[in-house]
Design a protein around this ligand. Sequence first.
Ligand SMILES: [Zn+2]
Length: 400
Amino acid sequence: MTSGAPPGRRDQRWRGAREVLAAIRREPGITRAALARRAGLSTGSAAEIVARLRALALVREGPAPVVGRGRPTTVLAAHPGGPLVLVLDLRHEDWRMALCGLDGRLQPLASERHRRRAPRAVLSAIGAAVARARARWPGRVRAVSVAVSGTVQGGRIVQAASLGWGVVDLRPLVGATPLPLLAGNDATLAGVAEARAGAARGFRSALHLTVEVGLGGILVVGGDPIGGATGAGGEFGHMPLGDPRRRCPCGARGCWDVEVDGRALARHLGERPPSNARTYGREVLARAAREPAALRAVEATGRVLGAGTAGLVNALDPEVVTLGGLAASMLEVAPRAFSAAYLGGLMSFRRAAPPEVRRAAFPEDGALRGAAEVGLDAVLAEPQLDGWARERTLGARPAP
Ligand SMILES: [Zn+2]
């Protein structure tokens, strides 16, 4: 594990270690015995790897609660002095920041409504919070991972209609010091969280759709988002499934996006276009329980959502569909309208066993959880682990 080991041997040693770290990430508090079984390691190898990871402040080992008369074992968790990821969710009205360790658990750190929505003002507020966190945990923040309610390409926002932003470089968030900066669309990252740990866990191929202001989503295969050539894929809301006379803030006409959210609900109800489509949409969904006109509006958007979902299932062939945000609430409030349109839009060969449509497991913090997932992927990559190990080794003895 030292940087002096030959590359092949070093890789092999990290491989066992990375399996141990992955198991702790999936199951914090796993016993060492269970971990050895999961990772296919002998008891001796597991003990040796865990000892090395403890010495590198990556893993903490403690006694397991005694159950029955079995042999005593130990439980493993993320080391309290280990690497950290700063996770951010940048939404159209606010931003929030959380901290996560190698076990992926989120600890809320800060949140703030945008006082001014200009990119420079928003990035400067977030950048200051990032700098404070790095000063508080010196050397331990190893990546910053940002979920954005907008289209992200190569680590920068290229279009964020709900924020009123065009191209915005996110690198100022990490300042001058080099630190991995990961950025992704919020619906994409929520889909990653659902596939890895939420309602689509255990399925190889999952389609996630979420409605907040407009509609976003992603196809996730084997835990990874299928983001296309530049990572900007999954903009399902901008397929022309709507009224071709209606212009979408994205610049295109007839987008599905504006037919399924609070803006569509307002049109169906004959009410003014909402200034905050997300909050307004939630209000209408709550009103639907006691107000027939609101229920009819939700049923109308539920049908449009169901039909578009069927089109995506025909095109992408997922094993399961998860719905987040307002889409999950529409499924709950107007299940028959959604299902009739969904099943009616499927090709006949799919109807015998259509992919199940489920509510997302993380309706509120899916984007943050997904950002944590990709942030940890980066921190647990071999070059990053090498860097962490080198700093610990150099800290213990003088550099040659
Ligand atoms: Zn559009």
